[in-house]
Design a protein around this ligand. Sequence first.
Ligand code: DGL
Length: 258
Amino acid sequence: MEKNQKPIGFFDSGVGGISVLREAVRLMPKESYVYFGDSKNAPYGTKTVEEVQELSFKATEFLLSKGVKALVVACNTATSAAIIKLRDKYKDIPIIGIEPALKPAVELNRPGKILIMATPMTLAEKKFNNLMKKYGNNSGQIRPLPCPGLVELIEDGVISGRRLEDYLRNRVAFYMQEDIAAVVLGCTHFPFIKGTLSGIIGKDIPIIDGSVGTVNQLKRLLEDENLLNLSKEDGSVTIYNSLNNDKINALGYELLKK
Ligand code: DGL
């Protein structure tokens, strides 16, 4: 098989990275995709950095065994813990990561706080703290909002309804006493609960995630390396999951269509 016809690999701690995959399919339908969700080991955000690095290597090896031409770390947590090590080890393949989309949120220039919803690990890691410094957080405008337990809910297929509403209301209640300028979804699981969140904080507050930016960067990289699939037909999407049960497999394909 020609190199540019090979699939693009995506991985995440579970079904979250499908929010990035679906944007890739929209932007580059001629490409084929192989997705690996490590739901057996989710969540990553409460593990040690070393554990997440180890799991990221395993996921990468799995995708390489499927012959991928590029790799997307469709997980903010794995990106912050492992992307440097991955790029160091796998030099022959372009590797793209994802980070909380702070820049577009700051550039909106709206009054009030910018809430960054992410896993505890993403918010504690150096990568995020450097990012926060870059956008000058002296005024305390940027507020990290760790969301333990939310990945687990989404992995369980809870993407609407009372249980989710109660969780989100509790999380944002404190901030709702002040103005919220924007919310950044710094975890790839969270775009699936965007509608419910918007209903709680108010439809006029922008909710931003990094999936489109990441996928645009993926396309640029493939172009630069002459790796774009120029075929006339649409490509395929194959989703693997380390749990490999009917429920999680079905959830993966269902979320792809959301
Ligand atoms: N989707 C992952 C992320 O973007 C969730 C990490 C986790 O499993 O805690 O951070």
